[in-house]
Design a protein around this ligand. Structure first.
Ligand SMILES: [Zn+2]
Length: 725
């Protein structure tokens, strides 16, 4: 993607590089469209283009030049640059080699068939850590694919590739001292994760077994990758998992587990000194391979069960005066940090390393929401924000019905883009300084091929790049959307296989209780977009109303809306039932227990007019770990014709339909009469995302309306709204 031919550059005294650069003139042009991603901190275009041609084409024009200078005094810092394009040529000043490199990336994005637009760009990153994570354990990706990703990352100014090198899926990096890690547990019986992990033959196979699935990077592979990344100003951050997620290690070296037997444990036996020796030995070889200042030691999701009964672990706890097994985990992380610091490196780990006491200089990667990151920043530790709800690229990016199987979740590109890693409402200015940056994670349980990997990463990685680079106040979805659309063919030209964006529409609502109406807004990922809609539940056509602004609903509407291209409906229409119903904002009393983690809009969530979307994490679905039993007070005797409540089901994370819903009415709030029962019609073994609306029709007069939904699957039930007419 480099615009500037390297061989024509001359280095003078190590700081000034001058290149022959050919141009015709700065020809004025109208309707300038610059599609830079990430958007620079400052840019101003004066109009016109610097024409760039070959030697032959310059015969009748003047010739200009590119001057590239490293200026360590540059105000925008080492990764910053200043770019000036004029009729006389191009001047690029970089705060360091990295700054020059980023300036060149910007130049190559600026190149259009008309030339390079004349103007000034002053640019530097918002965060020094701009990371993309790749899990190569659950599925192995060859180094050629990693190089392809590094190319794309550098084009978008991402500077860290976090490689998740070890996990139950297989060990992926050669370690001389422990050869069995790659000869014995880098291959397995089955490629497909679900078949392997959930099947009864979950076994590793020796390297060379015919039909075995897996692979690993030799030390030579790693050196090549590290050099390839370094040439693009990218650091490869290696992750080796301790003490959990280590099933594969404990098959190769069962003596490091509490049971001492293979296929029994996922956590190292911390009471065994050999475990600490193994960790230090492996880290030594990792340090030798990877120049990264930070080394990631995992630290997430240790089961900790075996430690409770293991004599060695219990003896260590007793000796060190530990109160809980959390402190055992903390002990191992402390040992790792001490070892890394002694070698001049720094420790980074997932936010679970906060449990049982954080190692003194550890950096925290916050994945279970932002709370871990906020807590660590308040303690004065550096933090990389990578919360699952925004930053997981293994989550669905569109309606699951239209997508290849994924682990769950829902992080469409607009949601990703909306993330701000430095929440100024939760942290002081001083604490915010500890937010080192942002990262997106691509776990690969359900991602087997390079094509599928690229599909999950792109274009979401472009949103990530802009979050990491562009000042928060200079970012907006409206501005990003057209640029992101323009980059889809750019990604394809790089040989990548991006998701080409959804045909679905995003529906957002604003419930206005003063005007007693609901405003419904529609948005598309695609640009430019032509949206037609109906409000009576019929399929829209190109003759239906054109969406030009909020749709106002004062009673009931069944909105169906769709994207159109050249008169043709794209995909399937997006549907939303909208009711400014009679229960909105009425008092509600819960007889059953609420679950604090999923309060959605709070006590009023079921009567706020807001319907939920495709994920129970969208803040509209209220979740309960038991029956839902609530009473709505209509505040006066009211004629009721219809009551309905909707529940979601997604069995993977344990969200089920209630067994049944029963409706009661009362005039006095004491004596209730049943109006009927509606049972669920959905199977609790169907793994798809499903919804059921439980509707009661009748002709009642009542002040109080009671809804009872029974939880029968020992999981969650989630409802979004009780609609009362
Ligand atoms: Zn143990």
């Amino acid at each position: 993607m480099m615009l500037l031919p390297k061989q024509s550059c001359k280095k003078v005294k190590g700081i000034v590089i001058s290149c022959s650069f050919l141009l015709l003139s700065c020809a004025p042009k109208e309707s300038l469209r610059v599609n830079l991603i990430p958007k620079p901190a400052y840019m101003e275009f004066s109009g016109g283009y610097l024409k760039v041609g070959s030697n032959q084409q310059t015969s009748k024009g003047e010739s200009g030049s590119l001057t590239a200078v490293i200026d360590s005094e540059l105000a925008s810092g080492p990764e910053g640059y200043e770019l000036v394009v004029t009729k006389q040529g191009i001047t690029l000043r970089g705060g360091s080699e990295a700054g020059l490199f980023y300036g060149q990336q910007t130049l190559s994005q600026l190149l259009t068939p008309d030339g390079i637009p004349c103007g000034v760009i002053k640019d530097s990153p918002r965060f020094k850590y701009r990371g993309l994570h790749l899990d190569v354990s659950r599925h192995f990706f060859p180094k050629e694919e990693v190089m392809k990703l590094l190319d794309a990352m550098s084009y978008y100014k991402l500077n860290t590739l976090h490689l998740h090198l070890t996990d139950a899926g297989g060990w992926r990096v050669q370690i001389d001292k422990y050869p069995k890690l790659t000869t014995d547990v880098a291959f397995r019986t089955e490629s497909d994760w679900r078949k392997w992990w959930d099947g009864h033959d979950r076994k590793y196979l020796p390297e060379g077994t015919p039909g075995a699935y897996g692979g690993y990077y030799t030390k030579d592979d790693i050196r090549k990758l590290v050099a390839y990344a370094a040439a693009r100003h990218i650091t490869i951050l290696p992750e080796i998992e301790f003490p959990g997620h280590s099933e594969e290690v404990l098959v190769a070296y069962p003596e490091l587990s509490c049971s001492g037997k293979p296929y029994q444990n996922g956590d190292f036996c911390i009471g065994n000194e050999q475990s600490i020796a193994f960790m230090n030995d492996v880290l030594d070889e990792i340090i030798e391979l990877f120049p990264s200042e930070y080394i990631h030691i995992g630290g997430d999701e240790a089961g900790k069960q075996a430690w409770k009964t293991c004599p060695k672990c219990q003896a260590l706890m007793k000796r060190e005066g530990m109160q809980s097994v959390d402190e055992l985990q903390s002990y191992m992380i402390h040992q790792a940090e001490e070892h890394l610091l002694s070698k001049g490196r720094r420790l980074i780990g997932w936010d679970e390393i906060l449990e049982g006491g954080l190692a003194p200089e550890a950096t925290v990667m916050s994945w279970r929401g932002e709370e871990g990151g906020i807590k660590a920043a308040r303690m004065g530790h550096d933090v990389v924000m990578t919360p699952g709800n925004y930053m997981y690229f293994d989550f669905y990016q569109a309606d699951p019905k239209t997508q290849p199987y994924a682990i769950g979740g829902y992080t469409p590109i607009k949601k990703v883009y909306s993330y701000n890693p430095a929440p100024s409402d939760s942290l002081t200015d001083g604490e915010i300084q500890h937010i080192m940056g942002v990262q997106a994670n691509t776990w690969t349980e359900y991602i087997q091929t390079p094509e599928h990997l690229e599909y999950m990463m792109f274009p979401r990685a472009l949103a990530l790049a802009e979050i990491g680079w562009t000042p928060q106040e200079a970012r907006s979805w409206k501005d990003f959307k057209p640029r992101m659309n323009a980059h889809i063919p750019v990604l394809q030209q790089m040989g990548l296989h991006p998701f080409t964006l959804s045909d679905e529409l995003e529906v957002t609502m604003h419930v206005d209780t003063l005007k007693k109406q609901i405003e419904v807004m529609l948005d598309a990922e695609k640009y430019p977009e032509e949206i037609h809609y109906t409000t009576d539940g019929t399929i829209p056509t190109s003759l239906s109303a054109l969406y030009e602004g909020a749709i106002i609903v004062k009673d009931s509407a069944y909105i169906k809306a769709a994207l159109f291209k050249e008169g043709q409906l794209q995909g399937s229409p997006t549907e939303k039932k909208v009711d400014y119903h009679r229960g909105i904002n009425k008092p509600i009393h819960y007889n059953s227990k609420l679950y604090k983690g999923y309060m959605a809009g709070g006590m009023n969530a079921l009567l706020d007019g807001y319907r939920g979307g495709l994920t129970y994490l969208d803040g509209r679905w209220q979740g309960y770990l038991n029956d839902l039993d609530c009473v709505v007070d209509m505040e006066e005797m009211t004629d009721i014709h219809k009551v309905s409540i909707r529940f979601m089901q997604l069995t993977g994370p344990g969200v089920f339909q209630p067994g049944q819903v029963e409706l009661f009415i009362s005039g006095d709030g004491n004596n209730f009469t049943s109006c009927g029962i509606v049972p669920t019609t959905l199977s609790n073994t169907n793994p798809d995302l499903l919804f059921q609306e439980y509707t009661f029709n009748g002709d009642w007069k009542a002040r109080y309306i009671q809804v009872k939904a029974t939880e029968v699957n020992n999981g969650f039930i989630f409802a979004d709204e009780i609609v009362i007419w």
